[in-house]
Design a protein around this ligand. Structure first.
Ligand code: AR6
Length: 527
């Protein structure tokens, strides 16, 4: 809207609480002890401060609670020859990667050597397209330096990761801390497609996202995949540099065991900053940054998807490791990721997304060198219609989901960082921005965090949100009261309405104009 000149409104962003003054929800060093239900609830794959792999000796585990590592002695593969022998898959991997790789063909041969059963199914044209389309100088860098480094990461897997990471399964609060080198090792394995195939049909992996990069190499949407592979190229290139840091990353599955009774919640609303410019990753430093996630974290990052979550994951590839660990998120669950570094600069969005080259992440670090970046993956529901979003089940689900992401009973309220968010659930998932903004404000307020909201260029939304927040604030409307207005709107709202109508409705309710002037709009009940 060209009539709106302001770029941001509400409490100035400089006044917002951030790390390091605030405490992160999770840090590599320790988690709040009250959270440790069992001693295994936080698996550390490295020892601080040197980030040395732990345990010292290789501990080969092959069961349903751990990632099945390619190097395990249990990892057997059926050969595709006539004899159909079972052979050690790791032997095949070592064999394939011992050979020099100088061309796309060499690379393809290597990958198919230990994936021979998929020889006819896999088409790696996307990878070929990438190799053929990058600048000649970068192509030489890829084959001369980057790829040998990645091969070494795979071949040294047993030294780098001495115990398989725990799976973060449904219903369990659990964390895994690993070093950036370990993450690189897992990502290199994913690039070479060495992880045992995760069959959707088999019980144990039916709800886990795919980790091998094979879909990223597939021929569809080559241009998008080209940009994604470029980001990954810069990532591995940076990891191979002498200056690469090796601090920790922590992944934590969080579960909301007791859902909130929203209707009776008398928490006051927290402060709001709304900005029509900027975005979560550039301007949310030190805040709890929201990933507009899929219930399979990372969504389409290794496929065709290229919106908020996929972009975040591809510029911060260490986040992709979460796919290896995290089972599909339930309605009352989220995934927190701390310490993931950004490696690529970018411009554009979706089809216009372009990888612009390496990015130097200057985010502050803690005393162990861990980056203070904290991201929380919460998946919204797909909105089937406007009014359906006010259905109590839908409302409660979204409120509890966001609250699960924002809550932390172990951090004193005054030490909680703000939430950096935006149009969660309102792009690919079709939600209404006005509704979702209120829901996030309510959930954050219940979790005692203020909200920094990026409207992604929408000035009209910025102004509307700011004015609504001002009104609610001045009238001391609590979270519960606002919830009751949303529920009341469900009774009178219509399918063909929008969030702006909701705001008019709430405004009337708050200003008590309701009884005096009944708008004809709200007379009829929806069928
Ligand atoms: N910072 C702030 N706002 C942003 C940013 C950003 N970096 N990027 C986008 N937006 P969407 P969803 C705004 O569609 O609807 C993925 O495939 C922009 O207005 O990514 O929750 C996941 O894996 C955009 O339209 O989120 C899921 O499968 C809006 O945020 C699915 O999409 C919503 O972004 C989630 O879809």
């Amino acid at each position: 809207d060209s009539s709106i000149k302001e770029k941001h409104m509400g409490t100035p962003i400089s006044e917002f609480p951030r790390t390091p003054e605030c405490i992160r929800s999770i840090s590599a060093e320790q988690l709040p002890s009250a959270d440790l239900g069992t001693t295994n609830a936080h698996q550390r794959l490295v020892k601080l401060p040197e980030s040395e792999p732990t345990p010292k000796e290789l501990h080969d585990i092959w069961n349903t609670e751990h990632v099945k590592m390619p190097y395990s002695t249990h990892n057997m593969y059926m050969t595709d020859d006539r004899n159909k022998r079972k052979v050690s898959r790791w032997d095949l991997i070592e064999e394939a990667l011992a050979e020099p790789i100088r061309t796309f063909q060499d690379l393809e041969n290597a990958i198919l050597h230990y994936n021979s059963l998929n020889k006819d199914k896999w088409d790696l044209y996307g990878l070929r397209y990438f190799i053929e389309s990058i600048k000649p100088k970068e192509r030489s860098q890829f084959f001369d330096n980057v790829l040998p480094f990645m091969k070494k990461l795979v071949l040294d897997s047993q030294k780098i990761i001495t115990e398989p990471p725990r799976l973060l399964k449904k219903g369990k609060v659990m964390s895994v801390t690993m070093s950036q080198e370990q993450a690189a090792c897992l990502l290199a394995n994913a690039f070479f497609c060495t992880f045992p195939y995760r069959s959707r049909r088999k019980d144990e992996y039916s709800n886990f996202p795919e980790m091998n990069f094979v879909n990223l190499f597939a021929p569809y949407q080559q241009d998008r995949k080209f940009e994604k592979l470029k980001c990954l190229f810069y990532y591995f290139k940076a990891r191979n540099e002498k200056t690469a840091t090796n601090s920790c990353i922590t992944f934590r599955r969080q579960v909301l065991k007791d859902p909130i009774e929203w209707e009776y919640l008398d928490s006051p609303l927290k402060k709001l900053h709304v900005s029509a410019v900027g975005n979560i990753e550039d301007d949310g430093e030190g805040m709890l940054q929201v990933d507009f996630a899929n219930k399979y974290v990372g969504g389409g990052v290794l496929g065709r998807g290229l919106v908020q979550e996929e972009i975040r994951f591809i510029i911060c590839p260490e986040m992709i490791v979460s796919r290896l660990l995290t089972e599909e998120l339930d309605d009352n669950e989220c995934l927190l990721m701390t310490g993931c570094q950004r490696y690529s600069d970018y411009a554009g969005y979706s089809d216009s997304f372009k990888c612009l080259g390496p990015y130097e992440d200057k985010t502050l670090r803690d005393e162990n060198g861990q980056l203070l970046t904290e991201v929380v993956a919460i998946d919204a529901l797909v909105a089937r219609s406007f009014i359906n979003q006010f259905n109590v089940r839908h409302l409660n689900r979204e409120l509890n989901k966001a609250y699960c992401g924002f809550m932390n009973p172990h951090i004193p309220d005054e030490n909680k960082s703000a939430v950096a968010t935006g149009n969660w659930g309102c792009g690919a998932f079709g939600g209404d921005v006005y509704v979702k903004a209120l829901i996030q404000l309510m959930a954050a307020s219940a979790a005692k965090r203020s909200v920094c909201y990026f409207t992604f260029g929408d000035s009209r939304l910025m102004e509307a949100l700011h004015k609504m927040h001002e009104l609610l604030w001045e009238n001391k409307v609590s979270v519960g009261e606002l919830y009751r207005y949303l529920v009341a709107f469900h009774k009178v709202g219509r399918h063909d309405q929008s969030g702006e109508d909701l705001f008019i409705f709430v405004r009337r309710k708050v200003s008590n104009e309701d009884d005096i002037d009944q708008s004809p709009n709200y007379d009829e009940e929806t069928p």
